[in-house]
Write a new protein. Structure first.
Length: 299
């Protein structure tokens, strides 16, 4: 006999406590439909996002107005601006965000935030030319601009999935939504204390991220390395190591630099929505990336 049961309501920490399978007839989904329709209508009429957004209007529109709960993959060749893109999304989110850094030291990652917020070239923040008090002032200004952004430092120790979920709950607090960024999935998965091969480690890591997204009903923005065959061209299957990147994701976003930086310091970058469960796939959106300021803008 198949056991049927109703899904438990999200708890006070915004998690779904019941992970058992459900057997549903269409009629039993009407209540969930009504709640979702009310939330969508409220967001539409009040012009407020239903969840974390990228703050790039064209991209948010194509993704259905917000990043849906689940896994969202970002891949690009080295140096195109994956970290800058995801950090900008996390820092400008209207909701709390947890950025798990597995490669770049937190202080170095933090430097990229004042560069964008204060329009100060990144190199000048590192050169030592600024008086320390002035430099700290820029950092304070940037920190105040993103009071609900937190870094998780996994550069020296592996961050287990249960730690990541608990950290996200702590960062979320009493907010209605949270965004999690993992930079990068490959570095995070390979640091896991297991003896499995890379393919298995990646699949286990991706499954864990999808589970966290489901438990916290939140989007997870995951940076992926590209495989060698698709290093320049990109594509839906460009993420290295596992097809689970494209099959398990709500969206797959590819960044490709079209031209070198111009006289204004900006390079043309095309963002292609390779997969989109909440809108049309295949859309190509033009962006401008200023590496010195670590800033993406829409032309």
């Amino acid at each position: 006999m198949v056991e049927t049961h109703s899904r438990e309501a999200p708890g006070t920490n915004g998690t779904v406590d019941d992970e058992r399978p459900r057997l549903l007839r269409l009629k039993s989904l009407l209540n969930e439909w009504e709640l979702d329709a009310e939330a969508a209508h409220l967001a539409y009429t009040t012009n407020t996002p239903r969840g974390p957004i990228t703050n790039l209007k064209g991209l948010d529109r194509e993704l259905g107005g917000a990043l849906a709960p689940g896994l969202h993959v970002v891949h690009a060749s080295p140096g195109v601006g994956k970290t800058a893109f995801c950090l900008q999304v996390a820092a400008t989110s209207p909701f709390p965000a947890l950025y798990l850094t597995c490669e770049m030291a937190p202080l170095e990652l933090f430097r990229r935030h004042p560069a964008r917020v204060t329009s100060t070239y990144l190199g000048r923040l590192k050169s030592g030319e600024f008086d320390p008090a002035y430099s700290v002032g820029l950092a304070r200004q940037a920190a105040a601009a993103a009071p609900r952004l937190a870094f998780g430092d996994a550069t020296h120790a592996f961050a287990p999935p249960d730690w990541l979920q608990k950290a996200a709950v702590a960062v979320k607090g009493d907010a209605s939504h949270i965004l999690i960024v993992v930079d990068s999935v490959h570095s995070w998965a390979e640091a896991a204390p297991t003896d499995v091969d890379e393919y298995t480690a990646l699949n286990d890591g991706l499954a864990a991220l999808r589970r966290i997204a489901r438990n916290l009903i939140c989007p997870v923005l995951a940076i992926a390395e590209r495989n060698r065959a698709k290093m320049s061209a990109g594509g839906l299957d460009a993420s290295a190591g596992s097809r689970r990147f494209e099959y398990g994701a709500e969206s797959v976003l590819a960044l490709n630099r079209e031209k070198d930086e111009g006289a204004d310091g900006e390079a043309k970058v095309t963002l292609t929505i390779e997969k989109n469960r909440n809108g049309a796939a295949g859309k190509r959106l033009p962006l401008l990336f200023n590496g010195a300021l670590q800033r993406f803008t829409e032309p």
